[in-house]
Design a protein around this ligand. Structure first.
Ligand code: ZN
Length: 133
């Protein structure tokens, strides 16, 4: 397993890029709108991992709710697993509270599933599995 990315909520990706890209020096290699999740994402590699900037595309986006409640900041941590179905089955058997019982399609066509913060000690956890080409 490894940390695939850190999801950071922001009101505006272009504002956030002023720090993460222009000041800190990361490259924005990929921008995409994930309609299902009502977000626009920008991916900035950092070592083996990436910073994922998340901007809401509608008022009922989960990111809009997060920004209202807490302002910007770390929204979730994404851990890359080999077999997301197996990971979800194991977590379920261990009594974890799953937001997604079955994986759905996330940015870049990855399979993703979220685990509720009440299970993880306060961090929204995203499991992600790359689709092999
Ligand atoms: Zn993510």
């Amino acid at each position: 397993m490894k940390i695939n990315h850190l999801g950071i909520a922001t009101k505006s990706i272009s504002e956030a890029l002023k720090f993460w890209q222009d000041s800190l020096g990361l490259d924005n290699i990929h921008t995409e709108e994930v309609e299902e999740q009502k977000v626009r994402v920008a991916m900035l590699p950092i070592g083996e991992s990436r910073v994922e900037l998340l901007e809401p595309t509608s008022e009922d986006s989960p990111i809009s709710k997060f920004l209202e409640k807490r302002g910007g900041g770390i929204h979730h941590i994404a851990v890359e697993v080999e077999d997301i179905e197996a990971s979800l089955a194991k977590l379920k058997a261990e009594g974890a509270r799953l937001i997604d019982e079955t994986p759905r399609i996330g940015a870049e066509g990855c399979l993703i599933a979220f685990v509720h913060p009440t299970t993880t000690g306060g961090v929204l956890l995203e499991l992600t599995q790359k689709i092999k080409e």
